[in-house]
Ligand binder design. Structure first.
Ligand SMILES: NC(=O)c1ccc[n+]([C@@H]2O[C@H](COP(=O)([O-])OP(=O)(O)OC[C@H]3O[C@@H](n4cnc5c(N)ncnc54)[C@H](OP(=O)(O)O)[C@@H]3O)[C@@H](O)[C@H]2O)c1
Length: 386
């Protein structure tokens, strides 16, 4: 296995000589993550130096801790909710390139597709099962491959069914981290946690996670089965989690995985009021924060990030990711992409170390901007606890 990987690395380094200039969208530093400088910078750009992640992070604690790369990879957009499906082979190859660059945390869910996103992750990543973790989620009502929009199902029988089926699609013997995707008001969280605890005892699942929950739910679940990570939306335009969720997860030793860390690409700066999202396969069409009016107003946030990054050799996306990584060592963002240039750009954010004054500077600049548009339409908003 290691030989296979080093030979892939060698191929990549060779390829880097020809594509490096295009890939190098931001300057980068070689080697391990540097000690924290007084002011953040990204310096030096060597076409041969791929942004290989070094130094990981830990989600959770005790028997249920999980060592992962400093940034993960959200697989969802490779065939769901982020526009037309790119070529499957190209996506598999991109996932391999992420592995080559040291990413060890990949995120998918039963509902993405539904089912096809897990199948893609399984096909691409099962061969690396000893060194990467693919995390997945249960909790939506999906019957015979059909998703019933807005309907939830976290009954113990369904959790067990999803675990069995996800294992097959992912081509794994155990799910490293199994999240409840959305709280099901019809099933007490203790029953959900108890079911996952039983699956852990049976060896089908290794760890438990929750998405978009409040502090009471976290405490109740954690009392039954220790939670390794909470996965919720978090970025400079949505910091609600800091108020009551962060203190509790810090107290209980739980990790945090920000999803949509670039606010679904918005913080990357390529989206304008004229951007049109695919009507068949892009949920940004339905999100209040992605109407032309909201985009026009909220671009002020991207401007803050770009201005901050300009003097530090960093892009707005890198500043967005570096900001959240500077907030706490137990935060591991999972940006998604279909492009190698963006993957490399995002991974290089791990080398942009912001000091506390810079973190505050960004937060105070963004707090002066009135964010326009809610994050979810009504039905989806009812399923999140904030
Ligand atoms: N638990 C939950 O409820 C939940 C909900 C949503 C998402 N998630 C997870 O979070 C992951 C990421 O979320 P997401 O895809 O919604 O949002 P995201 O990571 O914030 O943004 C992804 C979008 O940003 C673009 N992008 C990536 N890097 C970029 C860069 N450097 N510059 C400019 N644009 C860039 C991508 O387009 P390109 O392809 O063009 O790069 C893609 O359209 C998902 O894959 C999924 O695993 C979880």
């Amino acid at each position: 296995m290691n030989e296979q990987i080093s030979s892939r690395r060698r191929e990549l380094l060779k390829a880097g000589a020809t594509v490096g200039a295009a890939v190098c969208t931001a300057p980068l530093m070689a080697g391990a993550v540097a000690a924290q400088p007084a002011t953040a910078t990204l310096s030096g750009c060597d076409a041969m130096d791929l942004p290989v992640l070094s130094g990981g992070r830990i989600l959770g604690s005790g028997d249920f801790r999980m060592e992962v790369s400093a940034l993960g990879f959200g697989v969802m957009g490779m065939n769901y909710n982020r526009g037309p499906h790119p070529d499957r082979k190209a996506m598999i190859s991109l996932l391999h390139q992420a592995v080559d660059r040291g990413v060890t945390l990949f995120d998918t869910a039963q509902v993405y597709g539904p089912l096809i996103n897990e199948a893609l992750a399984g096909e691409a990543l099962h061969q690396f099962r000893n060194r990467v973790s693919v995390t997945t989620k249960f909790g939506h009502r999906i019957v015979n491959g059909k998703y019933f929009e807005g309907q939830l199902d976290s009954t113990p029988a369904n959790i067990r069914r999803v675990a069995e089926e996800s294992l097959k699609r992912l081509r794994l013997e155990t799910i490293e981290l199994f999240y409840q995707h959305r709280l099901d008001p019809a099933v007490p969280i203790e029953d959900v946690a108890g079911t996952v605890r039983d699956l852990i005892r049976e060896g089908k699942v290794r760890r438990f996670g929750l998405c978009e929950v409040n502090s009471q739910t976290i405490r109740r679940a954690h009392a039954v089965q220790p939670v390794t990570a909470v996965q919720s939306e978090y970025h400079l335009m949505w910091r609600e989690q800091e108020k009551e969720v962060f203190p509790v997860i810090q107290e209980l030793g739980i990790g945090f995985v920000p999803y949509s860390p670039l606010n679904r690409g918005f913080l990357g700066g390529g989206i304008t009021e004229y951007t049109r999202f695919d009507t068949g396969n892009d949920n940004r069409n339905t999100l209040p924060r992605f109407t032309p009016e909201a985009i026009r107003a909220n671009l002020a946030v991207v401007e803050v990030l770009s201005t901050f990054g300009r003097t530090r050799g960093a892009t707005s996306a890198q500043v967005a990711l570096a900001w959240m990584m500077a907030k706490a060592p137990w935060i591991v963002p999972i940006p998604g992409t279909t492009k190698l240039a963006h993957l490399d750009e995002n991974l290089r954010a791990a080398r942009l170390m912001l000091n506390p004054a810079e973190v505050l500077e960004l937060e105070s600049a963004v707090s002066r901007i009135r964010i326009v548009g809610g994050r979810y339409p009504a039905v989806q908003q009812m399923q999140v606890q904030h």
